[in-house]
Ligand binder design. Structure first.
Ligand code: ASP
Length: 358
């Protein structure tokens, strides 16, 4: 070995030693907990309605026949996305302030430590499958807007109108309710006919909703999807937490997975799904970890003297098949999740912390 070679060799060995020492302070990221042994498969979703239950039934068939967690979560998410009656995701989702449906979705595969996502994508019914395509067919993680749509079309996804007549009707009602004194709504001379300026104005439905689907397959591999039409009436171009890896979704093959629904702005600031998975790695149960995330967000506001509780719901599962769900401030749907295991389908009721104070 020449002097130069030896110097290089020494420098690299020292650097590697320092790196190893620093890594020594990190948890062991190298060995998946279930490596080499089978796991009990499980799939969960934040949706508790009939579509959510049907989604879990069909997705379960994939897991029950030894299929991959990634295929199961995609199947489950797609079923909810194409349901026109579900106004929180995909086809039939509620639009932004301009009446345009812009969707966000992410996908993460613990087995390969891969992720993909799309944000502000229009005219595609199943954005979670586009997120999977980004993950599997590009070297990128995230595509947005027109680029995401062009990519989807190039991959064979059908471009179509996803604003259903019903969702459009709800959007029109929202616009009419913005103010009693603008040019939207019935002509001004008809407004007071049955008494009161708002008599022709009907209440507008809630604007929260997202679906998380998380699974462990019989190989012990973990995958997850989060998909949404985002907050309805959002400012055009707004991106929520759902497509941000670590915020609306996080998967770690040696620990489990977590997902979020509700006011995405707070989930993004706290990287809540990453936080929850980290807590589970530290030994907390999924239930404790979800509650920890809520406490963390509430305490952050308290620390700057703001008395504010955002509306959010977190769901999580670990590789031992334990699940968790916690809910704060009335956001993200009922405080429960639907799960399917070898024992059948059940609903798990989570905890409600810091109930609505608006
Ligand atoms: N988290 C979603 C977003 O902020 C919306 C929701 O779940 O209600 O886009």
């Amino acid at each position: 070995m020449s002097t130069l070679d030896r110097r290089d060799f020494l420098r690299h060995s020292l650097a590697a030693g320092a790196g190893a020492a620093a890594l020594g302070r990190l948890p062991d990221l190298s060995v998946p907990r279930n490596a080499g042994r089978g796991a009990n498969p499980i799939i969960i979703t934040s949706h508790t309605n009939e579509t959510g239950q049907e989604a879990m039934r069909q997705a379960w068939e994939i897991l029950a026949s030894g299929g991959m967690a990634l295929d199961a979560v995609e199947k489950g998410a797609n079923i909810v996305e194409v349901d026109p009656n579900d106004h929180s995701v995909g086809y039939g989702g509620l639009p932004n302030a301009a009446g345009v449906v812009q969707l966000d979705a992410s996908c993460m595969d613990g087995k390969t430590y891969s992720a993909g996502s799309v944000a502000c994508i229009e005219n595609i019914k199943t954005p979670s499958s586009v997120a999977r395509a980004v993950m599997e067919h590009t070297d990128h993680v995230m595509l947005v807007g027109k680029g995401a749509l062009a990519f989807a079309v190039s991959m064979g996804f059908k471009e179509e109108n996803i604003l259903t007549p019903e969702a459009r009707e709800i959007w029109i009602r929202w616009r009419e309710n913005l103010s009693p004194n603008d040019a939207y709504g019935p002509p001004v001379y008809l407004r007071n006919r049955s008494g009161g300026g708002g008599s022709d104005r009907r209440p507008v439905e809630s604007h929260h909703g997202t679906v998380n689907v998380l699974a462990v397959d019989s190989n012990g591999d973990v995958a997850g999807i989060t998909t949404t039409s985002g907050l309805s009436w959002k400012v055009p171009g707004r991106v929520g937490d759902s497509p941000i890896i670590g915020a609306g979704l996080y998967v770690d093959n040696s620990v489990g997975a977590a997902g979020a629904t509700g006011r995405g702005e707070d989930v993004m600031k706290s990287l809540a799904s990453y936080f929850i998975v980290g807590r589970m790695r530290d030994g907390r149960t999924p239930q404790q970890a979800c509650e920890d995330a809520i406490e963390m967000i509430v305490q952050r506001y308290k620390a700057v003297n703001i008395d504010y509780v955002p509306g959010e719901k977190f769901v999580a599962l670990n590789k031992d098949g334990e699940v968790g769900c916690a809910y704060m401030g009335g956001g993200g749907g009922p405080p429960a999740l639907t799960m399917h295991t070898p024992g059948g389908q059940t609903q798990y009721k989570g905890t409600s912390l810091y109930p609505v104070r608006r």
